[in-house]
Each structure stands twice: as C-alpha cells, then as structure tokens.
Design a protein around this ligand. Structure first.
Ligand code: FMN
Length: 404
C-alpha cells in the first residue's frame, strides 16, 4: 500500500465512530502504519500499529513499568549481554521447534503469558488470543483478571489452558477460583507471587491523566478519577463474594503452596521467582515448576533483568523441576538465549498484546510467526536442530549490556 493510500485509510479510520474521541495526533503519531498483520516485520511494527489505536489510559496500562522503569528496561537490555556463538557444518535442513512442558505439548517454546483485562485492547480480548494460540498450537496462560470466562477461552483455544492465580486475601475465594479452573480442564495453575503488596505504576497513572474520556462507564473510579480494581466485574469472580476481597495476600508464606496442592490436582507452577534460594525452597515445598518473572518490570523497581535471574534460579532448581522465563522477550534470538541458559519455555506478554490491539487474532498470530521465524534462524546459525540441541556452549556472556 502506498504512503498516500495509507494516509487515506488512516483519515477514514480517524473519522470512524470506533476511534471517535481519540486525538488526531494519537492516530497520526507514527508513519509506520500497517495495512495488515502480515506486513509486520518484527514485533515493534505491531507495537507502533497498536499505539495508534489504543486510548492513552489503556496504553499506559499495557506499557507501564514501576517508578522510573529501570527493571522494565533491564529486562530487554539483559539479552544484549549475551552473544550467539555460531556453529558450522551441521545439517540444518530440518529444524524442529516443538517441545513439551509439564505434560503440555507446544509447537514452539514461545508461550502467551497471562495479561488481565485484554478487552481493554481489543473487543475480542482473550478469545482472539485463544484462537491465535489454537491456530499456532501455542500454550496460553489465562489471567485471574481475564475479561472473558475461562470456559469460553478454553473453548476458543480448543485445548486446555493454564490458569494464572492471584491468591486473594480469603482462602475460600481462592479455592473457588482454583476449583473453577480445574473444572475448566486446566492441567496447571500458576501462582503469581511477585506483587504481594502493591506497586507504583507511574506511567499508567500519568497516561490516565492524558485521557480525556469518561471512564465511569466501564470502571468504578476513585476520587482522583483513577480506575479502581473491581473484582465483581471480572468473570472469574462470578458467584464469589467480592466484598472486602483483594487480589493479593501480603502475609502469604511458603505454607500456601502446600495448602494449594492439598486442594487441587493441577500441577503448581510459581510465577515470579527470581533468586536461587527461592528456587530451592519452591522445590522443597512441592512446586512442579517455576516461571522466572518480574511481572514484565511491573513489580519491584531496580531489579535484574529476568534473563540475568534465570541462571541463578536454574542453579537453585538443580534440574528437579522445569524452569521457564518471561520478561523483555522481543526477538527469536532472545528466546534462543533463554533456552540456552536453561529455560524449558519462554513467555511473552506485551508483544502479543500489541498484535491483539492492532489486528485482533491475526496480530497475535503474527507475533508468534515472527518470533518462531527468528528463533528458527537462530537455531540454524547455532547448529541446533531441536530445542534439546540449544546448548549453553552456543552463548557467550560478555558481562556487559548494550543499549542499542
Ligand atoms: C498489561 C499487563 C497485564 C498483566 N497482567 C498479569 C496478570 O494478570 N497476571 C500475571 O501473573 N501477570 C500479568 N502480567 C505479567 C505477564 O504475565 C508477563 O510476566 C510479562 O508481561 C512478561 O514481560 P513482557 O511484557 O516484557 O513480555 C501482565 C503484564 C502486562 C504488561
């Protein structure tokens, strides 16, 4: 599509009622317009496309880190610390990305991480993502804060999904969430433990102020106009008394893992482990797996990039349970590096949300296509014909991060 045709399309879109209320400067902010998801060459093309469509408050929700966002930046920068060490004369005419984690077969090690309220980015939200996951045989983790019922998301995926659990401050309520996920066929529950007592999402709050829309139709708002978390509106909380209920339990300790294991047949993965000691404790307390994560730089400020936490955690787990990771993955080479450092599978958050916001199901699918293509090429270059052949000897730790 020519630049003029693109401009004409954007003008048309800008006049459409769908985008009414968005500032023109928002719509025309970037000339990297895409006519279709297929045009995206890397995930950043989809980020640019999404940014033009998503209202400021929701964009802030998606992009925000905490405080000054050094952890958020560290997640991506950590990948530049490692270089690939190419190997030659390996027959790479067939390269297989398939793998398996905790009994779930994946066409590629790239997984969709849980993101709450995806309908804030696209009307089809989690359903569109589930369809993309079905199309690409990808693993989907569904948030406690999903905007559609887990049963509908599972049906759209056409296979079991993994359920992400926010523990809540009342065990009875937590138990209902867990039992519902179990009945929906989830084989794995991921307990998120990285945000036990609040966080300071400065960018999200700042961008909320730039948004002139009235949010009270969809959100209850506090006295300053900031949206309030309304658990009663979340499908997962249907039938649960949400009065006085909070998302997290600041007093939670390791006993919780045993309590959880006692009430469910699902495998328990702890999402948000970053240190070797905690990895060893997770094994001791019966966890079936670990997802190394700092919530995409949305929890603790001034933390390590998750890729740098990964070897620490892998050492603590000592091969006893699988270790996965997420945070800052934007390239197939990032996926490769995480695998080479011991991850069994690698999660993405924002990139598929960009694809979803820009093009719905097709956008989320395109993100997987791009990352899988890039991963395949990294494997070819390093002589790995299968995920098992992605070896630590093909990585060089330079000890330094590069910012460009
Ligand atoms: C907008 C947004 C919402 C999120 N919601 C959840 C959630 O509900 N539960 C959860 O465990 N993690 C949540 N996460 C964290 C992701 O699961 C994942 O750990 C993170 O996005 C990975 O980093 P990346 O965005 O750099 O790929 C969220 C992340 C974002 C960006």
């Amino acid at each position: 599509m020519s630049l003029n045709a693109r401009r004409a399309l954007l003008k048309f879109l800008a006049a459409s009622p769908v985008l009414a209320g968005l500032k023109a400067s928002h719509v025309f902010a970037d000339e990297r317009a895409l006519a279709s998801a297929a045009e995206a060459l890397d995930v950043f093309d989809l980020e640019a496309a999404a940014k033009r469509l998503v209202p400021p408050a929701h964009w802030g929700y998606l992009q925000s880190g905490v405080d000054g966002e050094t952890t958020l930046r560290a997640n991506q920068a950590a990948f530049s610390r490692y270089q690939l060490r190419a190997r030659r004369f390996v027959d790479v005419s067939r390269v297989d990305l398939a793998t398996q984690v905790l009994g779930t077969r994946l066409a590629s090690p790239v997984m969709f991480c849980p993101i709450g309220s995806l309908r804030a980015l696209h009307p089809e939200g989690e359903i569109a993502v589930a369809r993309a996951a079905r199309e690409k045989s990808a693993l989907l983790m569904v948030s406690t804060g999903a905007s559609f019922p887990i049963e509908d998301i599972t049906a759209a995926r056409g296979a079991p999904v993994w359920f992400q659990l926010y523990t809540t401050n009342r065990f009875e309520a937590t138990k209902k969430l867990v039992k519902r996920a179990e009945s929906a066929g989830c084989p794995v529950v991921l307990v998120t433990v990285d945000t036990p007592a609040g966080r300071n999402t400065v960018t999200a709050l700042r961008m909320r102020r730039q948004d002139t829309r009235n949010c009270s139709a969809c959100h209850t708002v506090d006295e300053r106009g900031n949206p309030r978390l309304n658990l009663a509106a979340k499908p997962m909380f249907a039938g649960i008394d949400t009065k006085g209920l909070a998302y997290t339990l600041p007093s939670m300790t390791w006993d919780f893992i045993k309590r959880l294991k006692d009430i469910t047949t699902m495998k328990v993965v702890i999402k948000g482990i970053e240190a070797r000691e905690d990895a060893a404790l997770a094994v001791e307390h019966g966890a079936d797996g670990i997802l190394v994560s700092n919530h995409g730089g949305r929890a603790l400020e001034s933390g390590r990039g998750t890729l740098e936490s990964l070897p620490d955690v892998v050492a603590g787990a000592a091969g006893r349970i699988p270790v996965m990771m997420d945070g800052g993955v934007r390239r197939g080479t990032d996926v490769y590096k995480a695998l080479a450092l011991g991850a069994s599978a690698v999660g993405i958050g924002r990139p598929y949300a960009w694809g979803l916001a820009a093009f719905g199901q097709a956008g989320a699918e395109r993100v997987l296509e791009i990352l899988n293509l890039e991963l395949r090429l990294a494997m070819v270059g390093c002589g790995a014909r299968s995920i098992a052949e992605v070896l630590p000897t093909t990585l060089i730790d330079t000890g330094a991060r590069y910012t460009s």
